[in-house]
Ligand binder design. Structure first.
Ligand SMILES: Cc1cc2nc3c(=O)[nH]c(=O)nc-3n(C[C@H](O)[C@H](O)[C@H](O)COP(=O)(O)OP(=O)(O)OC[C@H]3O[C@@H](n4cnc5c(N)ncnc54)[C@H](O)[C@@H]3O)c2cc1C
Length: 397
């Protein structure tokens, strides 16, 4: 494996790092203090600059107006953008739109693409992905109660979802619903495009996560689908293929998440080290003189490099051999990188003392919001179980 960064990517990464530092980090104070919607006009200005610089939508195909980067190069971009909580949004590669763009690109009909894909890639609309249900285990989503039933040329959708990220203000949802109840569990559900202004699509509430209901892109909604009727032409792919499409989306999606988390690690580590060398703790002594703080710094540095190497190796394997061949590594990085990030953020926050608990740095925001990294896209325990089963299968054989 050769992870030499091309000259083009060195230049791109340099431009992105500079942009994040000079244009985005100064906005973080507002991002942490105001509703997200109030910050949107400023973010749109920054998005326009990113487009002018030719850095918009780094992971999307050039034909769609993106930069067409492969998974490893986009991983590096994602790491650079992760250094600010608004990085991905301003560069047009934020979740859940990035995953939905991939689904539409691969499985959308020409009509679906012209109506939804182009404006989504351009950043003119947003979308959401609505799978998890309140009363059913998200970690085993084949147990799903939401149904989409044929009625003439339509689907009629009924069910209740929650944790649909960014539904508030989204133009459409990709909804997972059971269309083929008599098939085996993994062939029962389909993905269906539902415009959010369809009668019967109702946002019940934005769920308070760690005390913050959030708004707009920065929110997670509970949604009721009550006799929500959409044409059957809104089906993505073929009926019963919902989980197959979801699996395809999750492999690259985990690389994006993990590299973003590594960006959070880098920024938190930087804040930790700066704080350590500048905070007086006794006459003539700063925090960095304390062995326990040196231990945190050494452990964090080693853990970040190890997590980064495995994530890049996984991206490389997905690129060359496909996500199925990389299933074990995908499970490994999901819990390894999430755990690494939470430890590094926690150490950095601790080293900042009372300041760490305020929103004067992004550390408390990450501490609140990124705890979910060990839960969404499959909780740690589910990934560990599936990894261990695969390993043990070889021994049992
Ligand atoms: C911030 C956030 C954003 C999200 N965004 C979205 C979104 O946009 N769209 C969407 O559809 N969903 C979203 N989700 C939902 C997320 O995917 C689910 O919360 C997740 O899959 C876990 O499902 P659950 O909450 O139903 O927990 P459950 O499935 O009930 O699991 C609860 C706990 O049980 C344990 N557990 C589960 N499986 C096993 C196992 N095999 N072995 C041992 N222990 C196990 C784990 O500790 C787990 O945390 C989001 C969640 C969060 C927190």
């Amino acid at each position: 494996m050769d992870f030499t960064i091309s000259e083009r990517m060195e230049t791109v990464l340099g431009m992105i790092r500079e942009f994040v530092e000079k244009e985005l980090q100064p906005l973080e104070f507002l991002f942490l203090a105001e509703p997200f919607r109030d910050l949107l006009p400023k973010l749109e200005e920054k998005r326009a600059l990113v487009k002018q610089m030719g850095l918009w939508a780094p992971n999307h195909p050039e034909a769609l107006g993106g930069m067409g980067l492969d998974l490893v190069d986009h991983g590096l971009v994602s790491e650079a953008l992760g250094g600010s909580p608004i990085g991905h949004f301003v560069f047009g590669c934020q979740a859940p739109d990035a995953g939905n763009i991939e689904i539409l690109h691969r499985h959308g009909t020409e009509d679906q693409k012209s109506r939804w894909l182009r404006p989504l890639v351009d950043g003119d609309i947003r979308s959401c992905f609505s799978m998890t249900e309140i009363d059913m285990p998200g970690s085993n989503p084949v147990l799903m109660e939401t149904t989409a039933v044929h009625d003439g040329g339509d689907y009629v959708i009924n069910g209740r979802k929650w944790f649909t990220t960014a539904a508030d203000g989204a133009a459409f949802a990709i909804v997972m619903a059971v269309t083929n109840p008599d098939e085996p569990p993994h062939a029962r559900a389909s993905m269906i495009l539902v415009p959010t202004d369809t009668p019967g699509f109702e946002i019940v509430r934005n769920i308070a996560v760690m005390g913050e209901p959030g708004d707009d892109w920065l929110s997670h909604s509970e949604i009721a689908y009550r006799d929500c009727r959409v044409p059957r032409s809104n089906l993505l792919g073929t009926e019963g293929r919902g989980f197959v499409i979801a699996q395809e989306r999750l492999g690259p999606g985990r690389i994006h998440h993990c590299m973003r988390w590594l960006g959070i690690c880098r920024r938190s580590f930087d804040l930790l080290c700066r704080r350590a060398v500048s905070r007086p703790i006794a006459p003539g002594k700063v925090l960095a003189d304390k062995e326990i703080i040196q231990g945190w710094i050494a452990e964090s540095a080693a853990e970040i490099e190890a997590a980064r190497a495995l994530t890049l190796q996984t991206a490389w394997k997905i690129e060359r051999h496909g996500w199925k061949e990389a299933r074990e590594e995908i499970s490994m990085i999901k819990f390894l990188v999430a755990g690494t990030m939470l430890r590094v953020v926690d150490r950095a926050l601790q080293a900042h003392g009372g300041l760490g608990m305020t929103d004067d740095t992004p550390l408390a925001f990450w501490y609140r919001h990124e705890r979910a990294a060990r839960i969404y896209d499959g909780p740690d325990e589910a990934h560990k179980q599936s990894l261990a089963k695969r390993i043990l299968k070889r021994y049992r054989a």
